[in-house]
Design a protein around this ligand. Structure first.
Ligand SMILES: Nc1ncnc2c1ncn2[C@@H]1O[C@H](COP(=O)(O)OP(=O)(O)OP(=O)(O)O)[C@@H](O)[C@H]1O
Ligand SMILES: [Mg+2]
Length: 417
């Protein structure tokens, strides 16, 4: 039987004992649909090899000299999200198993495994890996359904960044997410819908030649050429729809026009990132109504947490789906004593991401007009943003996967059209 390269299941073996690695390899060698793409002797080596070989399934030992298999599982899953991990161990205590599952392992097989059990489990998990890989490819734009930059394709995702309290970091987060999401295959546009005092352009050091007003006034007749003319472009390639240069010009933009503009942009871009103002007006409600994901931002301070609670209450009343909310804490500081766990407990809303307080790097970035992700990515805030990017992509992947399995009924719109 000859296998298409895409159908072959890529397996990585991780064990510090040479004999075990060899035995596992032998068990798999006659399976035409399984290829052992590497064998690692330590946890660290496993992570490096996984990055290189992108396995569908990893056979992971627990006890290894440098890093145990559970820690390696956790790190490996962060890098190769689709990889499915089977823990192979003589230790079958429930505590180990629970820790392994929490770290992201998919299954457990006692050592020494039987060929049938091992091969059956690998085949079944490879299907999960394939499904996640396909969805990731689609979102990354490398799959069959990818949104094409130059033609109207499947719709992109609108990600709105909002906080009811000002100054918590929405613009910083929106700007950096947009920079991080923008690739040749996932063209992204950053929209500054904080129409009166928006500062996206200044935080990217862009001169505002055109703005939202120029699109809003033609909202009924938008086409690719008009949009192309009005969008600004950052030197990294990111397209930007700037807020008007003067606050009084914001009055010229109406909620219905904002709806038209965003609906148009999602036909042309894989991601439409919308920075918002804190005011809960018609325009903000329209943006929330359109958002595929609402990135709700708060800081670990009582007023910001109180405002987050009010926002969540309001979203509940508006029947905004909980699973479309991605709750981020910014400016996290250990010294403040307010932890994500305490906030989760208090608000009954899980914190989905955290960005540390990093005044030096963020202030320098804002003042120089160079987003964190285009400067030193080693800064704590930049690392926080990168983690956030990963989790947001993962959330979108999960949503697509769940959505494909059990399609939800269309959610009620906040406004009738
Ligand atoms: N992680 C961080 N660490 C330290 N300072 C930060 C961080 N994130 C944002 N800031 C600072 O907080 C201030 C507010 O950030 P930003 O303008 O992004 O917030 P915003 O929510 O968009 O505010 P506004 O309500 O004015 O639109 C800025 O001075 C920024 O430099
Ligand atoms: Mg702002």
């Amino acid at each position: 039987m000859s296998e298409n390269a895409d159908d072959v299941i890529r397996v990585l073996i991780v064990d510090d004992i040479a004999e075990t690695r060899e035995n596992l390899r032998k068990l798999l060698q006659f399976e035409p649909d399984i290829e052992v793409v590497g064998a690692a002797r330590t946890g660290q080596e496993a992570i490096e090899l996984a990055r290189e070989t992108e396995p569908d399934v990893v056979l992971m030992d627990i006890n290894m000299p440098d890093m145990d298999g559970i820690t390696a599982t956790e790190e490996l899953k962060r890098d190769v999200r689709f990889a499915q991990i089977i823990i192979l161990s003589v230790q079958s205590e429930s505590d180990y198993l629970r820790r392994a599952m929490r770290a992201g392992a998919s299954d457990f097989i006692a050592k020494p495994p039987s060929g049938d059990e091992l091969i059956g489990t690998i085949r079944s998990l490879a299907k999960d890996a394939r499904r996640i890989k396909d969805e990731m490819a689609r979102l990354e734009g490398t799959g069959p359904l990818r949104p094409q930059p130059e033609r109207i394709g499947p719709e992109g995702k609108i990600l709105a960044v909002y906080s009811a309290k000002g100054g918590v970091g929405c613009t910083m987060i929106a700007t950096n997410l947009a920079v991080g999401l923008d690739t040749a295959n996932t063209p992204t546009v950053l929209v500054d819908a904080a129409l009166q005092f928006g500062d996206v352009a200044v935080s990217l050091n862009l001169q505002v030649k055109n703005s939202f007003v120029d699109l809003a006034s033609r909202a009924e007749e938008l086409d690719a050429d008009i949009v192309e003319d009005v969008l600004l472009q950052h030197e990294c390639g990111l397209r930007v729809l700037a807020a008007p240069p003067r606050p009084e010009m914001a009055d010229e933009v109406h909620a219905e026009q904002v709806r038209n503009v965003l609906e148009h942009l999602k036909q042309h871009f894989a991601y439409v990132i919308v920075d918002t103002s804190s005011t809960m007006d018609d325009i903000t409600l329209t943006i929330l109504d359109l958002a595929d994901l609402l990135i709700a931002v708060a800081t670990p301070e009582i007023p910001a947490i109180k405002d987050a609670r009010l926002l969540f209450d309001l979203l509940g009343v508006l029947e905004f789906p909980k699973e479309h909310i991605f709750f981020v804490l910014n400016k996290m500081d250990r010294k403040s004593g307010i932890t994500a766990a305490a906030i989760t407990e208090n608000l009954k809303y899980t914190v989905d991401g955290e960005i540390p307080d990093d005044e030096r790097a963020v202030t320098t970035s804002v003042n120089r007009g160079v987003p964190l992700l285009l400067a030193d990515k080693g800064q704590p805030s930049a690392k926080g943003i990168l983690d956030l990017l990963g989790s947001i992509k993962q959330r979108l992947v999960e949503e697509v996967t769940v959505g494909n399995e059990e399609r939800e009924p269309e959610r009620p719109r906040l406004f009738s059209r």
